[in-house]
Structures are given as structure tokens and as C-alpha cells.
Design a protein around this ligand. Sequence first.
Ligand SMILES: O=C(O)c1ccccc1N[C@@H]1O[C@H](COP(=O)(O)O)[C@@H](O)[C@H]1O
Length: 203
Amino acid sequence: MRQRLFIKICGLRTERDVDTAVEGGADAIGFVFSDSPRRIDATTAAKLCRRVPESVLTVGVFRNQSLRDVRSLANIAGVSGIQLHGQEGRGYYDDLAHEGWTLIRGTAFSDHVPRCGEMGEDILLLDAPIPGSGTPWDWTRKHLTSPGEKWLLAGGLTPDNVQNAVEVTRPWGVDVSSGVEQSRGVKDPELITAFIKAARAHV
Ligand SMILES: O=C(O)c1ccccc1N[C@@H]1O[C@H](COP(=O)(O)O)[C@@H](O)[C@H]1O
């Protein structure tokens, strides 16, 4: 039997959107703490995190920020996971290891398929070159090499294409931001619900 697909909804900023994702069955939700139209301050994220059951992973998303800022913002928000989406090196991951966070490494897909765990991450996220842009990459090339067990497909996913994307690439999970928005940075609850339903409808 096929394993349950892990679903992360990223770039949340309101109580309504957090509740919709959790009630819809998301396994993880993301808060963006780097430059982005979805950026949220850590105090607001902390209030939102308090609405989320422990079974749902709360993730702070960072990009080329200092370790000091990452630790500080993640602690204030009270997230359980840290997603690094820049050029953070192995030493950066080593510094964060053993501090109790689930570490997600976001990286653009290229001809060299990275392996989950090679930088010390718990989950690998394969994305388009510009994260959060809503641009899909050529998923059909992924199957040339498997990136390992725990990897998330991301980049331009929508309620309309996620089922096909999952069937083609067979990821451990999926991550979406733009594809569940009514305008840049503004989530659409109906699209969040539709995305989760469509992602879980794969065969
Ligand atoms: O969403 C952002 O603005 C963002 C900023 C900095 C790093 C990562 C960001 N988002 C991540 O991008 C992917 C895919 O997004 P999309 O569905 O193509 O819009 C997702 O994993 C977000 O975590």
C-alpha cells in the first residue's frame, strides 16, 4: 500500500488560513521569515503556532540569514522545523543539528540530484530555481535518480497539477505556496482545501 503523502502548505499569515490548512489535513505549515511578499514577523507567527496541534509540523522558512537570526526568530515563533532555502553550507546545518528542530533543505532541481541527508537535513525539498515564484520545473526529469526517502516536491504546484505531479515523481511529500493564493501573498482557503484533497487523491 502506498504511504500517506506528507503535505506542507507554506507562506501562511492569518488565523483563517492556518485553521483551513490544519482542518484540511496538512502535515506541516510554513511561515516565511525572509524577504518575500509572504514575510511574517515572529511574534505574529507565535500566535498562529499556538493554534496548531503538536501533530502538525510548524516550519520557519529562511534564506541566507545569520544563524543568530534563524535561532532567534525560530525560538520566538516557537516553530518545530527550520527550512533553509539559500546557500547555507554543511557547517550551518551541523550548527543547528541536535537542537530539536526538524531541518528541511530547500534546493533547486538541477542535473545533479541531491541526496536527502547529505547536508544533515531531515527532509529534502526539490524546488524551482526561484523559490516561492509559482514556477514549475520539469518534474519528469526527476526519476533519473531518486533523491532518497524523505523528499518534498515543490515549485509551481496547484490543485490542478498536483495529482499528476505526484503520480509522475512519487515524492514522499509536496509543498505549495503560490498555487493556493488568490493574489501574491494572499492565500485562498478554498484553494488550500482543494490542494490537499487533490494531492491525496493520487493512485
Ligand atoms: O514563498 C516564498 O516567498 C519563499 C521565500 C523564500 C524561500 C522560500 C519560499 N517559498 C518556498 O518555495 C516553495 C515553492 O513555492 P511555490 O509553490 O512555487 O510558490 C515552497 O517550498 C515554499 O516553501
